[in-house]
Design a protein around this ligand. Sequence first.
Ligand SMILES: C[S@@+](CC[C@H](N)C(=O)[O-])C[C@H]1O[C@@H](n2cnc3c(N)ncnc32)[C@H](O)[C@@H]1O
Length: 303
Amino acid sequence: MSSQIALFGGAAVGTLVLLNVLLKPKTFRLVMMGVTAGAFVGGTITYINYYRKHSIKASFVPLGISKPKLNFSKVQPEIYSHLSTDYEERGELDLGEEHITVKPNVFAQIGVIDVPGVRLMWTKHILPILRDTYKTSNLESMSLTDKAVEDDIVFCDIGSGVGNVCLQVLAETNCKKTVGIEVIPSRLRASVVATENAKKAYPEEFQQKEAVWIEDDLANCSEKLKKEGVNVIFTHSWMFDDNLMKILSEVIADVPSIQCVITSRKLDDQKLAKTNLQFYSKAHFTADWNDQAPFFVYAVKNS
Ligand SMILES: C[S@@+](CC[C@H](N)C(=O)[O-])C[C@H]1O[C@@H](n2cnc3c(N)ncnc32)[C@H](O)[C@@H]1O
C-alpha cells in the first residue's frame, strides 16, 4: 500500500514539474486552480457518501423471467423414450383407437407447439397478464416477483396430446400444478408414463409438482377445471370446428377462476360476453406445422 502511495505521489510531483516546465506561468496557475477545485469537490462528495446513512432500504427484485430450472429440450427425449416410432407414425394413436377420431366433437389430428413456443407464450403473454391482474388487485404488488406469480398458476392444456406442454411448464417454471385434458386414451397414458419418468429422473424438480391428467371430452370438463382451481388455459385448437369452439367457450365461461386463455381459434363472442374475459392480443408461436402459428390471447378485465 505504502509503495502504491509513493508511486502515486512520485507521478503527481513529476507531472507538476513537467507542466511547470512546459506551460507558461499564467497557464500553469490556471491548470493548478482547476486541479485543486476538482480534487476538493471530488473529495467532499466521497466523504459525504462514506458517512451518509440511507434512509430507504434498497430492495432488489430481479426483472424478467426467472432462470429455467431444467431445459425441456434435453429432458423431453429422455422422458418420452416410451413413444415408439410406430406410434408416432400412426399420428400418436394406438391400434384400435381409430374409431374415436370420427366421434362428434373430436378432432384428433396431432400438432405440437414446440419448446421455444411454450417459453414465448409463458414469458411474453401469461406472466405479464397475470402480473397486471395482481397489480390491480394487490397493493403489495410492487415487490411481486415472477416466482410469486408463477407459484399461483394452475395451468391447463385442453387437448393436451401426450402431455408435452404441461410437462414443459412444470420443468421450466415455478408453476406447481398443471392439468391436461385429452380425449385419446393412449395419449393420456403416454402423459402419465412421461410424468413418472420425469419424477424418477429429476426428483428435485418434479417431486413437489402435481400433474393432473384427465381422460375426457373437453365438453364434460368445467366442473373438473373448477375443482382443480385452473386459472390459465392453453388450447392448441386450430383443428376444432365452430361447434367445438362454442362448447369450449361455454366451458370457459363456466369457470370463474380463469384469468387468461390462449387459443388457436377465436372464442365464441356471445359466450365470451358472459365472462369477465376480453380479447387482449394476437400471438404467434412456433409449432411443428407452422413457424408462426397464430393464437388469440384473452385476459380477465381489470377493474
Ligand atoms: C393439436 S393437439 C395439441 C397437443 C398439445 N397440446 C400441443 O399443443 O403440443 C390437440 C389435441 O386435442 C385433442 N382433442 C381433440 N378434440 C378433443 C375433445 N373434444 N376433447 C378433448 N381433447 C380433444 C386431440 O386428441 C389432440 O391430442
